[in-house]
Design a protein around this ligand. Sequence first.
Ligand SMILES: Nc1nc2c(c(=O)[nH]1)N[C@H]1C(S)=C(S)[C@@H](COP(=O)(O)OP(=O)(O)OC[C@H]3O[C@@H](n4cnc5c(=O)[nH]c(N)nc54)[C@H](O)[C@@H]3O)O[C@H]1N2
Ligand SMILES: Nc1nc2c(c(=O)[nH]1)N[C@H]1C(S)=C(S)[C@@H](COP(=O)(O)OP(=O)(O)OC[C@H]3O[C@@H](n4cnc5c(=O)[nH]c(N)nc54)[C@H](O)[C@@H]3O)O[C@H]1N2
Ligand SMILES: [Mo]
Length: 758
Amino acid sequence: MPDEKPRYEPYDSPAGGWGAAAATAKTLMKESVIAKGSRALLSMNQPGGFKCPSCAYPDPDCRQTLEFCENGAKALAHEATKFRVTREFFAQHTVSELAEQSDYWLERQGRLTEPMRYNAASDKYVPINWDDAFALIGKHLRALDSPHRAEFYTSGRTPNEAAFLYSIFVRAFGTNNFPDCSNMCHEPTSRGLPPSIGVGKGTVQMSDWEHAQAIFVIGQNTGTNSPRMMTDLVEAHRRKVPIVAVNPMPERALIRFTPPQDVFEMATFQSEEIASEFVHIRIGGDIALFKGMMKVLFERDAAGEKSVIDWGFVNTHTTGIEAVKADALAQDWADLTRVSGLDEDQIRRCAEIYIRSDATMICYGMGLTQHQEGSRLLQQVCNLLFLRGNFGKPGAGIVPIRGHSNVQGDRTVGIDEKPSQDYLDRVQAVFGFDPPRENGHHTLEAVEAMMAGTAKVFVGMGGNFVRAIPDTERSYAAMQQLELTVAISTKFNRGHVIHGKEALILPVTSRSERIETAAGEQFVTIEDSFSKVTASKGVLEPASPDTLSEVEIVCGMARATLPDSKIDWEAYASDFGLIRDKIAEVYPAIYADFGRKIADPAGFYLDVPPRRLVWPTPNGKANFLLFEGLDANRPVAEPGMLRLATVRSHDQFNTTIYSNSDRYRGVYNNRMVVLMNVSDREARGFEKEQLIALESITSDGISRRVGGLTVIDYPIAPGAIAGYYPELNPLLPLDYFDEISGTPAAKSIPVRAVSDNG
Ligand SMILES: Nc1nc2c(c(=O)[nH]1)N[C@H]1C(S)=C(S)[C@@H](COP(=O)(O)OP(=O)(O)OC[C@H]3O[C@@H](n4cnc5c(=O)[nH]c(N)nc54)[C@H](O)[C@@H]3O)O[C@H]1N2
Ligand SMILES: Nc1nc2c(c(=O)[nH]1)N[C@H]1C(S)=C(S)[C@@H](COP(=O)(O)OP(=O)(O)OC[C@H]3O[C@@H](n4cnc5c(=O)[nH]c(N)nc54)[C@H](O)[C@@H]3O)O[C@H]1N2
Ligand SMILES: [Mo]
C-alpha cells in the first residue's frame, strides 16, 4: 500500500462500537480468513482454547461470553492469514530488493513455511532442512571463543515452556546474555518496584475491579493496546467509580466508548463517558502531579483532617515517610504546575478523588515507563499508594498493564540477564550443570556489544529486534557485522532482511495452531499481567507442515550445540508436561504442583506477596523512596526543544503494521506524521500540514534526523509531540535511557522541529 498524503479528521464517534465491529470484519476479509478466523475467534480466551496472541490483559475469572476485541481479532487474523512466504517467493527476490520494501509490505507476504538459509553468493534465501539448520547454529556457537559472544533475545509471545527451556539451554551453553523485549518495555516495573514493594509485578487480580473506588489510568492507551480492559473500565464507570485518565493526548477510548459486546448500546448508538477527569499532562510531568497530590494529602493531614493518610498502614508496613513528606511539603505550586503543565485546581481535584476512595488502583503503561527516570517514577506511584494503604485489600494496588501476552511469564521462568544466585543454585540442583554466575547483557548492552564487534551471534526467539531497538541506522549496521543471525519467527519481518553474514529464518507454529508431537497433542501456558497462569491450546492447522513449535526449536538448537548435555532434550520436545514438572522444581514457591493446577481451565494465580502485606524487600518493609526531582527526564538546554513520544497507532502491533491509519486519532493513510499542538506549530512558523523534519538533540556528535513528516494540529499538551514507532526509532539515541532499568526513554526524546525542504 503506497503512502498517500495523510488526512486528518478528528474522530468524533465513541471508540469501540460499530467502528470496532466493522474493523474486525474488514481485517478478517483482508487476510482472507473470514470462516477460519471467525471459527478460531470462538476459541480465543475460552477454556480449552488458546490465549489471544495480542496483549497481556487477563481474561475474566469467570465471564463466559466472547472474549476478544478488535485488535485481538486483528492479531489473530494476521497470524491465521491465508498468505504464505514460500521458497518460490524467496527464489524470486534478492534480499537487497526485499530490504527496500516497507514493513507493511514485508508483513503482508504472510506466514513463513520452511527453514531458510541466506546464500551470500545469490543474495537470496534458500531452503535448508531443520537438522542442517540446527547443525549450523551449533557449529557457530561452539566455534565462539567465549559463550558471552552470543546474544539470545526473547520477545514476549514465547510461552512459558519454551522460555524456560531456552533459559536452561543458554545457561548450559554458558552465558546470561538474555536481551528481552521487556528491556524496552516494563523493565522499570521489574527493577523499580522491588526496592519499594519487594516484587516487580502488579498487585491486583481480576476480582479487584469490582471493589475499586477510584481508578487512575496513566500513560496508557487502553482502547488500542489493551481493549479488553475497556470492559472493566465501563463496568467501573457504571458503578460511578471515578476514573482519572492522565495523558498528554486525549486518547479517544478513555473519553468516550461503546462496548461492542453491549447489544443495547450498540443498537441504540449510545456511548459512555469513561474518564471523569482528563488530566492533560506535559510529557514527563507525572512525578510533579504525584508530588502535588502528596503535598495536598500531607497538608490536610497536618491540618488535623482525619483519614486522609492511613497511618495504621504507614506505621505498620512502611519506612521512609519522613523524607518523602518533607520533600512534598517543600514543593512550590509554581514548580509543580510548570513541570506538570496542569493547574493547581486540577491537581487538588485528583487529590480529592484519591482521598475519597478507600481502594484505588493505579494502572499504567509505556507513558510512565519510557522516561529517563522511569523506574524512580514508578517508585513515586508506590509512595502515593502507601499513603492510603492501597495494598493488601480488595480493589487496590499498582497495575502495570503489560505488553506482549507472555512477556511477564518469560521473565518469571528465567529470561533474566541478572539472575539471582538463589535461582542459579536451583538450576544447578535440578539440572546438574554449573550455570554462569555473572550478569549478562540486556537489550541495550547487547546492541553495544554488536556495535563494538564483540558479539558474533544473535538468536531471536520471536520478535523483530532490529526494528524495535533505538538508533535504527547504527543498529542495522551492527547487526550486519554479526557472523550469524537466527530469526525464530511466525511472520516475515525486517529482521530477516537486515541480517548477519550467515542467517537463518526458522518458521514457528503459532499460538492459535495445534502442536502435535510424538507424545500427542500439546498445550502451552502463559502468565498474564495479573500473574494468572492459564493453558493455551491452538485449534487451527499449522500454517505449513514444516513449522515447529518454539519448544521443539529450542531442543533442536540445544542438541546440536551441546552434544554432551545430560539433559533429555528429546523428551522435553515431545512432552511439554515434563517441562512443567521442571518449572515446578526450579520455582517451588510459586509453581509447586504446576501439573495439577494447570488442569483447572480457569488457570491459577501466582503468589504476589504484597497482596498478603508481605514485603520481600531487604528490610521486610514497604519503602517510601525519595526522588528529589520533579521531571521524569533530565533538562535539555535548547530553546524550542520538544519532547517526542513515539507511540503505537490503533492499527499496528509493535513493529507489525496493519494499515497506515490510526482511526481513533483521526489520522488516515500515512504514518509519517507529527502530532503537534497548534501553538507549537505557529511558534515555529510552520504552515498547517507542512512537511517538517525532526532532529534529535544530543551531545554525542551523531546526527539523527527523520524528514518527510507532515505536521498535524493535534490536541496534545504544549511542548509535547507524538509520532509513530518504529518509523521514528532513528531519532532515539542508544544512550538515552533509564539507568536503573536500561529502558530506552522512547516517550521523551528531545528533538527540534525544522521545515523539511527535501
Ligand atoms: N493493538 C496493540 N496492542 C498492543 C500493542 C500494539 O502495538 N498494538 N503493543 C503491546 C505492547 S508490547 C505494549 S508494551 C503495550 C503498550 O501499550 P501503551 O502503554 O498504551 O503504549 P503506547 O502506544 O506506546 O502509548 C502510551 C501512552 O502514553 C502516553 N504518554 C506519552 N508520554 C507520556 C507521559 O509523559 N505521561 C503520561 N501520563 N502519558 C504519556 C501516550 O500519549 C500514549 O497514550 O501494548 C501492548 N498491546
Ligand atoms: N521507539 C520505540 N521503540 C519501542 C517501543 C516504543 O514505544 N517506542 N516499544 C518497545 C516495546 S514496549 C516492545 S515490547 C518492543 C517490541 O519488540 P519485539 O517484541 O521484538 O517486536 P514485535 O513487533 O512484537 O515482533 C513481531 C514479530 O514477532 C514474530 N512473532 C509473532 N508471534 C510469534 C510467536 O508466537 N512466536 C515467535 N517465535 N515469533 C512470533 C513475528 O515474526 C513478528 O514479525 O519494542 C520496543 N521498541
Ligand atoms: Mo512492550
